[in-house]
Design a protein around this ligand. Structure first.
Ligand code: G4P
Length: 503
């Protein structure tokens, strides 16, 4: 067993971001194969039309019969312990996806090499880039006809505003794929069973020369700050370039980082005091159980089962005995864990998103997790007016948990809920019915552009049907613009008014 310091050094905690269909699941599966967690690639999930709406991880679990949870995968590879945090991309896209990105030390961005940067990739990248953490890019599907790599790298740099450093370079793609050229080792890795096309190799070598003369320098500090992204090419499906990617990734990706507290102290992962924060709360969807799991990212110190901690928000003391960690083989009853690891605490309603827990006497508080600008809105009403009490209680608690965001009309008392993904509404409705026994009705408002406005600059007359004035749950004024045009029109009309977007 490695000692604490070594365990720390060998941890890599990351998430994979991508646009749906770019190959995140396929790459994950290949990584699991590398880690020996599964033995063959194949039917991780329903392909084609019957894509599962549930998390890809759940699908892995169901179909492979292995114990992974729907949220964190842990495996070992070449002496490193890897934690991959799930960031659902499809129907189950939600604020949880964003919050999960607050709990990782680096990110792998998978891009379809035939399509380039797609909208969801851009959105997720923007959330990540605010944190200034390393991003590693994997251009996938080069076994199919791909766009020209120079073109892809150009687009990556201009669309995302990050510099790129190609670690390798595809030699052809699709039926003329010859291999990938490792730019640092200066060697060609042959694509197995390629049909030889010497002219493709020649052309590519010219390009490579150009790249080496004119490209960005390899700058580890810039990578660490998320200003330069190492770029890889490969095919997750046929497992080409994945091993090379994984090796380099593990080499350059950071181990668990220090974190700032609200009073601007730095908590180091190797500190003796155990600290962590809750970044996600998952309700048990089984209506017979009302328990939830609070996901805690460990920031410092060693976790030991049965240890006593304090919940910073209310000073409540608790013993952490009913804890799950997301091991590949044995999920239940984790004994120890270190910074970078995620532990799941069975929760009966104690925790909120963003909560800090710590051992010992010295109080620690990590900053709140950012609020994300919702894009979809619904008016919500209780079907049964007699159930106002449980209706309000349910809304209060689910809002605190971060299931959805709550707004009220500026005058009057209409409830409006906002989310970044449709699934959040469904979860909200389901839980209102099952946990609070309240049927609710939505009146869809569609997508809106939400912007906060300084109360001192607010004039109620500014509001119109195209920019609805509401207040958030802290009573701050917010405009819900019908679309970007309506917002631009508003800004032209009131050039002095400042509109603020959350993350
Ligand atoms: P996602 O999780 O990012 O949504 O993507 P996923 O891995 O499910 O991959 C989406 C589709 O792209 C899958 O096909 C998958 O087989 C394919 N794919 C992934 N990586 C590669 C690759 O490197 N090369 C090629 N050629 N294809 C890749 P599908 O459309 O769901 O199934 P099918 O109808 O093609 O069987």
């Amino acid at each position: 067993m490695e000692n604490f310091q070594e365990q720390l050094k060998d941890r890599r905690t990351f998430a994979i971001i991508s646009h749906p269909d770019a190959g995140k699941t396929t790459l994950t599966e290949q990584l699991l194969l590398h880690g020996g967690v599964i033995r063959e690639a194949g039917t991780v999930k329903g392909r084609g039309s019957n894509k599962l709406a549930s998390s890809d991880w759940m699908a892995i679990e169901q179909q492979r019969g292995i114990s992974v949870t729907s949220s964190v995968l842990q495996f070992d590879y070449e002496g490193k312990r890897i934690n991959i945090l799930d960031t659902p991309g499809h129907e189950d896209f939600s604020e949880d996806t964003y919050r999960t990105l607050m709990a990782v030390d680096s990110v792998v961005m998978v891009v379809d090499a035939a399509k380039g940067i797609e909208p969801q990739t851009k959105k997720l990248f923007e959330i990540v880039s605010q944190r200034g953490i390393p991003v590693f890019t994997f251009f996938n599907k080069i076994d199919r006809d791909a766009r020209h790599p120079l073109d892809l790298v150009d687009e990556l740099e201009s669309t995302l505003g990050i510099q790129a450093y190609p670690m390798n370079w595809p030699v052809g793609s699709g039926h003329i794929l010859q291999g990938i050229y490792d730019l640092r080792r200066q060697e060609l890795i042959d694509f197995p069973n390629a049909t030889p096309h010497p002219e493709v190799v020649d052309e590519t070598m010219d390009e490579v020369e150009l790249l080496q003369d004119a490209g960005n320098d390899f700058d580890q500090e810039a990578i660490a700050k998320g200003k330069l992204t190492p770029v890889f090419f490969g095919s997750a499906l046929v497992n080409f370039g994945v091993t090379e990617f994984l090796r380099e990734y593990l080499n350059y990706a950071p181990s668990p980082a220090a974190a700032k507290t609200v009073d601007d102290r730095e908590v180091q992962p190797e500190d003796e005091q155990f600290t962590g924060f809750v970044f996600k709360i998952q309700a048990n969807m089984d209506p017979r159980h009302r328990d939830r799991i609070a996901f805690v990212r460990i920031v410092s110190g060693e976790f030991n089962r049965g240890m006593d901690v304090t919940l910073q928000r209310n000073g409540k003391k608790m013993r952490l005995s009913n804890v799950t960690q997301f091991m590949a083989e044995e999920r239940e009853n984790v004994q120890t864990a270190v910074p970078g690891d995620i532990i799941g605490l069975y929760d009966t309603g104690n925790f909120q998103i963003g909560d800090t827990i710590f051992s010992g006497k010295k109080a620690v508080q990590f900053p709140e997790l950012p609020t994300f600008t919702p894009e979809l809105f619904n008016r919500v009403i209780a079907k049964d007016v007699m159930k106002q009490k449980s209706y309000h209680k349910g809304i209060d608690q689910l809002v605190q948990e971060g299931t959805i965001q709550l707004y009220k009309s500026w005058l009057g008392s209409d409830y409006i809920i906002g989310a970044v993904g449709q699934l959040q509404f469904e979860v909200f409705q389901f839980r209102m019915e099952n946990e609070y026994n309240t049927e609710i009705q939505f009146e869809p408002m569609g997508s809106k552009v939400a912007r906060w406005i300084d109360p001192n600059q607010l004039d109620e007359k500014m509001s119109s049907t195209r920019n609805l004035l509401v207040k958030d749950r802290f009573d701050n004024p917010v405009f819900l613009f019908e679309n970007k045009f309506a917002m631009n029109w508003f800004m032209d009309k009131y050039p002095d008014v400042e509109l603020e977007e959350k993350m």
